[in-house]
Design a protein around this ligand. Structure first.
Ligand code: FAD
Length: 435
């Protein structure tokens, strides 16, 4: 176990808008080490913050003990059972890499650098979600260190309420040291992104709405209005421009059928860049091409009842290319398909009944974080109000999600069940919860 005692010890964080000043950072290398660290924090009277990659830290961590799971990052694939045992600090990219040689794949999110456990706890919405469901639908078992330092092996049968909380309940009071997840047989998909010019935004987005009606669940699409920086790492035709990025994954693996599915999108306008084609599932991170470098941002999302033309007009009226807004991303993911079906066993996933999700990320402009950024977000909330469910998918909660997004996330009976798990596992409130 490594302990960084310095008072200004920083934990690595993806969103640089927050500065974290934990009292100390502990990096255990075993589950027993995690249990020791938790007991010691309790004796010290420290609150415990769990951090894996720092991608999901929503507020500054001040004081207390950070238990970093970074050293618990082993991944073992069992090709016969089609499962993976994954350490509590591993990233999805490691699982993609370990599973690919067997023609297997994990049901992951858009970014391979995000942590496995952090994403699973919130449900986990991925680029092939309409085909494969939520990431947490594929959770089989987790190893949990509770607030008393007890080590629990949790399955749907052994601890059904804890298992439910781990599948979409977001805040599980404890440290997950390992998970076992199911893998799916998927080596290749037809997918990627089409980038369209700003002047085609209206035509492309309205065309997307028509095309996406009655799509089979083998197809998972999304689009984003991107304002890309004028930087060398952005490909030349897109550099410094506002563009529409249409992303799609056709998961039946047949390139000819995939091309036929995507043909109507390609016909909406002439893409500036066309990166859609047969691709290994292991490269799924290329579909959304999320940024890999930390930066300061404000973000937030909301689930949508319906994806229709009026919504597109409302979105464009605030976030369209001709608007001067300090936002890098305004993204809409189509839900439905396997994401709408109940899963086997207990779970707490938020979003099964939504048609789509809107998510926005500001420009990395901290000087606007108390002025233009929240003002534009507020204007957007007003413009799309008729289509919003008012509920935020827990993995997409951010500073722009409004007050108490967690309260709105779950129906009262599920929230009560989650509270009961917290009261049972952590009666003294040792664990700080998502920050
Ligand atoms: C670039 C980017 C892309 C994203 N794409 C998607 C996406 O496609 N789909 C989606 O659903 N979400 C997505 N997310 C959101 C992401 O799932 C959440 O932010 C998630 O919480 C990140 O988990 P982490 O472990 O990487 O981050 P961390 O900041 O390390 O952890 C976040 C929280 O998860 C909990 N946690 C993490 N590990 C453990 C553990 N071992 N034991 C107990 N608790 C733990 C803690 O409460 C912690 O505060 C994305 C986020 C980013 C930054």
């Amino acid at each position: 176990m490594t302990i960084d005692q310095s008072s200004d010890a920083r934990i690595a964080a993806f969103n640089l808008a927050h500065q974290h000043r934990p009292g100390r950072v502990v990096t255990p290398t075993t589950a027993a080490g995690v249990a020791d660290a938790v007991r010691e924090a309790a004796v010290r009277g420290d609150r415990v913050h769990v951090v894996a990659t720092g991608h999901g830290l929503l507020a500054p961590v001040e004081g207390g003990t950070v238990v970093s799971t970074a050293a618990l990052a082993d991944v073992h694939v069992d090709p016969e059972a089609r499962t993976a045992r994954v350490g509590g600090g591993a990233r999805w990219g490691q699982v993609l890499e370990a599973a690919a040689p067997y023609g297997l794949a994990p049901v992951c999110g858009s970014s391979p650098t995000v942590g496995v456990v952090g994403l699973l706890l919130g449900g986990g919405l991925g680029p092939a979600g309409r085909t494969l469901g939520w990431a947490s639908d594929h959770l089989r078992r987790l190893e949990l260190v509770t607030a008393t330092g007890e080590q629990l092996s949790v399955t749907a049968d052994s601890h059904p309420e804890v298992f439910r909380a781990a599948r979409g309940g977001k805040h599980l009071p404890g440290v997950v040291t390992e998970v076992e997840i199911g893998l799916v047989p998927m080596a290749e998909v037809y997918g990627g992104g089409l980038f369209f010019a700003a002047e085609d935004a209206g035509r492309v987005l309205h065309g997307f709405v028509d095309w996406s009606r009655d799509l089979p669940e083998t197809v998972t699409p999304s689009f984003a209005i991107l304002r890309l920086p004028d930087l060398p790492q952005v490909p030349e035709p897109l550099r410094g421009r506002c563009v529409v990025h249409v992303r799609v994954v056709v998961a039946d693996g047949d390139a000819e059928a995939g091309a036929a599915t995507v043909a109507p999108l390609r016909a909406l306008a002439t893409p500036l860049v066309d990166l859609v084609g047969p691709m290994p599932y292991a490269a799924i991170g290329a579909v959304h091409a999320d940024p890999e470098e930390p930066m300061p941002v404000m973000d937030g999302g909301v689930l949508l009842r319906d994806l229709e033309h009026g919504f597109v007009d409302a979105l464009l009226s605030v976030m369209g290319p001709e608007q001067h807004v300090p936002f890098a991303v305004a993204e809409v993911r189509l839900l439905g398909g396997a994401l709408a079906r109940p899963t086997a066993g207990p779970d707490a996933v938020v979003g099964r009944d939504a048609a789509a999700q809107l998510f926005v990320v500001s420009a990395p402009a901290p000087d606007l974080f108390t002025t233009a950024v929240p003002a534009v977000a507020q204007a957007l909330v007003g413009a799309v109000g008729a289509w919003s469910t008012g509920v935020v998918q827990p993995n997409f909660v951010g500073a722009l999600s409004g007050p108490n997004p967690w309260v709105r996330a779950w129906p009262a009976d599920v929230r009560d069940a989650l509270d009961a798990v917290r009261a049972e596992l952590d009666p003294a409130g040792l664990f700080a919860g998502p920050r």
